[in-house]
Design a protein around this ligand. Structure first.
Ligand SMILES: Nc1nc2c(c(=O)[nH]1)N[C@H]1C(S)=C(S)[C@@H](COP(=O)(O)OP(=O)(O)OC[C@H]3O[C@@H](n4cnc5c(N)ncnc54)[C@H](O)[C@@H]3O)O[C@H]1N2
Ligand code: MOO
Ligand SMILES: [Mg+2]
Length: 424
């Protein structure tokens, strides 16, 4: 069979380095529109506004103990031989503000978290005191000197009024929710989740509920990708898988590019006769950004753009599909939701065992990290072929093996990209 110009383009692809592809894509990954949502739905989202403290925190002088609010100067002569007795003039539970002023010779019983009454400058713990009825008055006795400020949290101890509490781009997690709730911020302005259309291509694909048929397999990539989209902070939309039919796939992808913020497909990007997504990316319908990346797995990972929207055409092989998502789609989603840290967290580890595969391209090998005697080790998965699906679940990192002509020996320092890392 004669080779055509298209065959030539299909076979002779120019590989792009991973970081160059990421850089190219980053001009499309911008924080999108914002929305106001209830605070309790905000976990994991990124703030699209700066939040300042409308008041100091704590807002009033707060007792740190159950005990008595006193004037410290009343205790200067106090000792085990010289007990002093103060008249108890009020009882202050949490949420109640005393109208009394503590003057010399008096005290108020107070609970943890209650506002310390005027005149008092210390709180003494209940356990250090005695109680008596004396000449018709309730009195508390004390044998120790108490210094000024004891067990009182001053106004603004944690936060001053007007202080910036949280900056734009901060991810809302438990600590941030606590801060926002403390200041009564019941609604937060966050970046909207990008709507990501997902579909797989392949005439061999069965839906999950279809009975097995000869030569066919179940479509696992679509569901794996939907899970990855969700974890990254996007909203996945699962579209029906398409057969290896170029006009059909073209129509579906073009429509999805209009309706969603980005489209992720799996399959059909290699050089095979039915690798229609590769053909589509090279067609006039879209502007191709790259169709080969200097990496394994997923060297044929492809991306294109149409009307400013990205099409990520990932490899069909599950291992390559997974890695392609983590390296290229995940950062796009994180940039769209306002994260300042869109790429996988990178650590350095010691390679635990020889890695024997050689390659001209950098490999992103799935594996595990383990700390032994304070040293971080990277343990490659037993099977990490691009076509292998089952070890994805056992991996918490991608081990970066640089291009190598021979074995990468155990003991070498390698980069690891954390798959379960944070996005702060
Ligand atoms: N002559 C060459 N052949 C291949 C090359 C090459 O350079 N020259 N590259 C190989 C590499 S590397 C990869 S990776 C794959 C890429 O394949 P495609 O992206 O074109 O994907 P498909 O051909 O559609 O499928 C590959 C494989 O994955 C299975 N698959 C596809 N979709 C799904 C899905 N949704 N869920 C589960 N599994 C899926 C599919 O059945 C195939 O087994 O090409 C190599 N070939
Ligand atoms: O593109 Mo393939 O995943 O390099 O093995
Ligand atoms: Mg193929």
């Amino acid at each position: 069979m004669k080779q055509t110009k298209d065959d030539y383009d299909k076979f002779h692809r120019k590989p792009m380095q991973v970081h160059n592809a990421q850089k190219l894509l980053s001009s499309y990954g911008k924080p999108g529109p914002t929305e106001k949502i209830p605070l309790q739905e905000g976990h994991g989202r990124f703030l699209a506004e700066e939040v300042q403290a409308p008041h100091p925190f704590p807002r009033f002088r707060r007792s740190g103990m159950d005990g008595y609010a006193i004037r410290s100067e009343d205790t200067t002569q106090c000792s085990s031989d010289n007990m002093i007795w103060l008249d108890v003039i009020d009882e202050i539970p949490c949420g109640y503000v005393s109208e009394k002023t503590i003057i010399s010779g008096t005290a108020a019983r107070i609970m943890t978290g209650a506002e310390v009454p005027e005149g008092a400058d210390a709180v003494v713990m209940l356990e250090m005191t005695e109680l008596r009825e004396h000449e018709g008055r309730t009195q508390m006795g004390l044998k120790r000197m108490i210094e000024a400020g004891k067990n009182i949290t001053p106004v603004g101890f944690e936060v001053k009024e007007g202080e910036v509490l949280l900056r734009t781009g901060r991810q809302i997690q438990a600590g941030e929710i606590s801060v926002l709730a403390s200041f009564g911020v019941h609604q937060v302005t966050v970046y909207q989740k990008p709507r990501i259309a997902i579909f797989s291509t392949g005439s061999e694909l069965l839906t999950l509920d279809e009975p097995l048929q000869p030569g066919k397999i179940r479509n696992s990539n679509t569901y794996m990708l939907a899970s990855q989209v969700r974890v990254a902070g996007g909203e996945p939309f699962i579209l029906e898988a398409v057969m290896d039919d170029l006009p059909l796939a073209k129509a579906k992808v073009e429509q999805a590019l209009q309706e969603y913020d980005a489209v992720v497909t799996s399959g059909g990007v290699s050089v095979g006769d039915y690798d229609i997504m590769g053909d589509f990316a090279r067609s006039d319908s879209v502007e191709m950004l790259y169709n080969k990346i200097a990496m394994r797995p997923g060297s044929v990972t492809t991306a294109a753009v149409k009307d400013g929207k990205l099409l990520f055409a990932l490899s069909g092989n599950p291992g390559a599909c997974f890695v392609g998502f983590e390296l290229f789609v995940r950062p796009f989603i994180l940039q769209s939701v306002g994260s300042g840290k869109p790429y996988l967290t990178e650590w350095t580890a010691v390679l635990d065992q020889d890695y024997t595969k050689v390659n001209a391209f950098t490999r992103y090998v799935r594996g595990r990290i383990e700390v032994r005697d304070g040293i971080l080790y990277a343990i490659p998965a037993k099977v990490d072929e691009s076509s292998v699906m089952v070890t994805i679940k056992d991996s918490d990192c991608l081990i970066v093996i640089p291009p190598a002509k021979s074995v990468t020996p155990a003991g070498d320092k390698v980069k690891v990209l954390l798959l379960k890392g944070n996005t702060l």
